[in-house]
Design a binder for this molecule. Structure first.
Ligand SMILES: N[C@@H](CCC(=O)N[C@@H](CS)C(=O)NCC(=O)O)C(=O)O
Length: 234
């Protein structure tokens, strides 16, 4: 009997790490269940800690009674459990480079992450990026462009893979914060946003948004989210 896979997630609108974990699993084709925690619900930590074997971060993948946290480890598990899904490129050097780019995303771009948090519910056309954010964007372009020119796109190594999932929240940030990017970077981030799995995540977030409105009333948060999803109308 195979172990049940359960992916522990945060709410879709804001949880950029959850998005990555979900994309790895969804792209793998492995059957999995989801357990979602609202990361602003009073008292949610206890439930999250219990669901993740005391780790307390999302994404966490439970495989039967075993617990795998950290998005890179979740990606590697999915890639090994579904070797035909092509989560990493087939060529060894491409694979090494894809892992290098994913690790750099995982460890860096803190200015972009802090100043432009993922928010799939809104768009900020008047946002003025700081020099630090623009420097992060320039660094991303310099990482992406040689891969895209070599592979011919639409994704970094041709087909959509784990490395593109690592950059999916950045694609959403570039779109929602209207950050200026090169034509090559725009084509790449547009391809990520138009990927069927990304569209599914955003559409599911729409459902979440309806629930969020009721939660806002209950949590007395007022008009915290506008309930309009411009990212779906692009
Ligand atoms: N290094 C972790 C980062 C995961 C992370 O920080 N996730 C955030 C949400 S996006 C989290 O779990 N927050 C816990 C909380 O808000 O209590 C990974 O790669 O999975």
């Amino acid at each position: 009997m195979t172990d049940t896979l359960t992916l522990v997630l945060g709410n879709r609108t804001y949880s950029s790490w959850s998005l990555r974990g979900w994309l790895f699993l969804a792209q793998s084709g492995l059957p999995f269940e989801e357990e979602m925690f609202w990361l602003d619900e009073p008292g949610y930590r206890e439930g999250l800690l219990a669901a993740t074997g005391g780790i307390g971060t999302v994404p966490t993948l439970r495989v039967g009674s075993r617990v795998i946290s950290e998005s890179m480890a979740v990606a590697e598990y999915a890639a090994e459990a579904a070797p035909d899904a092509g989560l990493w490129p087939a060529d060894a050097l491409d694979r090494a480079e894809a892992r290098s780019l994913a690790a750099r995303m995982h460890a860096g771009f803190t200015d972009l992450r802090r100043e432009c948090p993922m928010n799939l519910s809104n768009r900020f056309p008047d946002f003025k990026p700081s020099d630090a954010v623009l420097a992060d964007v320039a660094k991303l372009e310099a990482m992406w462009e040689p891969c895209l020119l070599r592979s011919g796109g639409p994704f970094l190594f041709g087909a959509f893979g784990a490395v593109d999932a690592f950059f999916a929240p950045v694609a959403a940030r570039i779109y929602t914060f209207c950050l200026p990017v090169s034509d090559v970077a725009k084509a790449y981030t547009d391809a990520i946003l138009d990927h069927p799995l990304m569209r599914q995540w955003i559409a599911d977030a729409t459902e979440e948004q309806n629930v969020q409105r009721e939660r806002n009333d209950r949590l007395s948060k007022g008009g915290y989210l506008p309930g309009d999803w411009p990212i779906l109308k692009r």
